[in-house]
Design a protein around this ligand. Sequence first.
Ligand code: GLC
Ligand code: MG
Length: 731
Amino acid sequence: MADGRGRYIMLVSVHGRVRGSEMELGADPDTGGQITYVVELARALIEDPEIDRVDLVTRRLIDSKVDSSYAEPVEELAPGVNIVRIECGPKRYLAKESLWPHLDSFTDNLLRYLRDQGRVPDLIHGHYADAGYVAGRMSSLLGIPMAFTGHSLGRVKRQRLLDQGMAEEAIEKRYRITRRIDAEEYALDNASFVVTSTNQEVEEQYALYDNYQPKRMTVIPPAVDLSRFTPPPRSWRNLPKIHKAITPFLEDWARPMILAVSRPDPRKNITALVKAYAKNEELRDIANLVIVAGNRTDINQLDRSAREVINEIIYNVDLYNLYGQVAYPKDHESSDVPHLYQLAAKTKGVFVNPALTEPFGLTLLEAAASGLPIVATSDGGPRDIVAYCKNGVLIDPLDTKAMGVALLDAVSNQGQWKKWSRSGLRGAHRHYSWSAHVKNYVKKVNTAIRSADRKRRPLRSSARLVTANRIVVCDIDNTLIGDKSGLRELIRRLKDVGSKVAFGIATGRSLDLTLSVLKEWKIPTPQLLITSVGSAIHYGAPLIEDRGFEQHIRYRWRPDRIREAMSELPGLKPQGSEGQTEYKISFNLIKEKAPTAAEVTRHLRRNRLQANVIASHGAYLDILPIRASKGMALRYFAMNWGVEPDRCLVAGDSGNDEEMLTGNTLGVVVGNHDPELEKLRGEPHIYFAEQNYAWGIIEGIEHYDFFGKIRLHEPEFVNAESDKPEPVNSA
Ligand code: GLC
Ligand code: MG
């Protein structure tokens, strides 16, 4: 609470149709549960007395095919809570798979929004891979803590699709799964904490990630609306109407009721439950079994799997002579469900979920909120529920004998029943309500904010780089230098245009090597010097170092451990001392033997190390702090000096220039560029010059009319390859 105000939380959820009312859930695969969740979370957060402002940031849609409400830049959800819509890429609606090339621009536009309103969030929270990427960038640029919720994960999805027999290439083309997984890994690089729904999600899903660090993960169970579920009243004036649907099956309905409620799906394992009951004489003597498995008019009209489930119930009832003991009502309405739990609780029965797998288990919570103890399959959701609520036992869904024993114990031990009933009721509300969710969440937020660097930099929009309102930033080797006449012409033009245009360089060289090459080529000292691949910033002729930036990039930087981990890899020869600084570890690559940058990143992550690994010219490999790169340093500068990224013309030729070329900056790739930059061709705001070296920069300046009105040639970026909305299943 730096300024005596409350906390300001920013939630980011980029894709889908996000609005506060009449949510169009299911309108397309990207508008689903996540949207409801983030909107409700935003609303719930403001209830916390420490939080005075919440922004839910999403993409602005200007498209006649979707409602005009999605074009509103700001929508108030409640006092202090707003949906903020940020433009990126084309105006029209895009499927989430097509958003990747536009996320850097989303980030730049979001920074502009912050600058305009002059307040920086205390924490930024990205939801899903796309927003995780944006939040990671924002966190890196602003030095604020970040949270991440995956919602669903790319590696899990890829595995599932492969298991289903889909080809690697098809998965890639349809879902851009590599981009997604990279974004998730990047989010994990930066996140102070990761929110998951269950422990199993941590152990089985996040464990697939290179960046698996369970300590940073926190299980905050999702909130469920339990307001419809309460324990039964002392007595009913009239028994609830669902009672009538059950009693015809039963000899004595008042015996403890073993209740199962699920879809008629073989994975719900109902047959095993019937057998468990049938084979336990004692259980049959004292308890009834009630199975509510969907609705039916004519069994023969059900789809095959549902038909099989129902037929098996009937078959087993007959086989084991369970008449008078097992009910399987034909119809029920959703409003009957709360009464089912109440009836079961009234008879001192138990709720059972014998499913083969259960990632969450909503019905178990509904039962708990009705004061009904549970017997549930030992899987992700139920494990957490039983641990939090202490309201029952877990069973192996394949062991019918043990299932029978557990059920018998649950309905025959009165003292235990009361304890389970009471603690389930308390636990469900305590752990699974919105207020509980928010309480746990805010606790994490506060810890993250406290442990984050307290010395946050205010946005000094007043401290402009004196008179300039735009800047040309050039890489040195093979961009600025290489052609003497082009360089002389460029220097002359920069001099002529006067003080409204500043000049900067961004280079892989150390400051010393930079100064000597500037001298050698008779280049006047630039106003901005970004050196060592964006791990140091200096200003002007007195070479004032930006200490704030140094502070900023220290985050998660562990050079000794990185050097150690790197020594395990083949094909890398450490550069001499001129290539090494406190924040840059550099190697020369031995062709054929060296790993790729992606492989190195992976290796580091698996050693619990986060770094930005950048390869250039297929010959160099630089390892930098995650908050350092030419692009990051440039944006740090731009933000502090109040220069918009789209007032920065950047020129480069090789891999370490990539991050400053993407996004809203006006990129120029010189004609003599390394093939590794070819992949940027067609990306927004990246101009590929015909001419080489400084002549290419001049060509780029003219292309954008950068010294004049500034002209963008592709306001509506269309990249035929990546921009095609494709019909896809949801996450
Ligand atoms: C410059 C630096 C070197 C770095 C390379 C690529 O040549 O001197 O250390 O590896 O740029 O960024
Ligand atoms: Mg270069």
